[in-house]
Design a protein around this ligand. Sequence first.
Ligand SMILES: [Zn+2]
Length: 273
Amino acid sequence: MTSRFAPVHLVIGTALVLALAGCGAPLSENWSGYKHTVVPPEDGGSAPVGSANLQPSQEPGSGTAPARVAPDCSAVKCVALTFDDGPGIYTPELLKILDDYDAKATFFLIGENVAKHPQTVKDEVAAGHEIGNHTWSHKDLTKMSVSAAQRDLKKTDDAIEKAIGEKPTLVRPPFGAIPPSLKKALAVPIALWNVDTLDWKTRDTKKTINNAEQTTPGSIVLMHDIHESTIKAVPSILKDLKAQDYHFVTVTELIGHPNPGIGYGMGQYPGKK
Ligand SMILES: [Zn+2]
């Protein structure tokens, strides 16, 4: 069914802003050389996943994550909180906070950091969170050959598999930028976002909280668990969204049945067909 989701290649202001985020790199580094084609989030338009309000979890079967029933995001309000560039020294504290709210999230990991903090990756999976590949060292995939990019992603896949016994279920390219040929060749879906908290840029807890208020049902929210200011923002974000009846799910749960090689900036939501 991938033909339903024809890639759209647009270079528009919004897409550029999206592409500039999600890196944890200095702003000046982001702004330099940002002239390549970027992939805007596509509305994946995932099919409804059934009429029941509950459905079996889409968690990969690691055997370590506790069984749970994921909410049906076509019937209730869901949001996917995502954390990039880790794992890092603040991640264990974040895991405790997420657990306090029974919130599931998705972590897009840097291979180098997986090698440094393998136990933290195990803890993420054991807590029921989803794991995505965010490349080995956060290089721009559009500035290397497709074969080099594939080697980079595989090296990261292998590091994650070594840590947790399974491969990641998603890719999030640094800066949201990926060459179309590589995109089509991927065996997993591409997770983008539609709410950027700009936490990597502001390093300001209050601004991160305020920016997360742009969340709507089906949103994928971009944050980074390598910044202490972000970790401090998460309790308020969870509290605020929980008060609005949001369910905190993984990206795969939010989308329902994501297709390989497709970029998703949002998931399903009540009333979406
Ligand atoms: Zn990043």
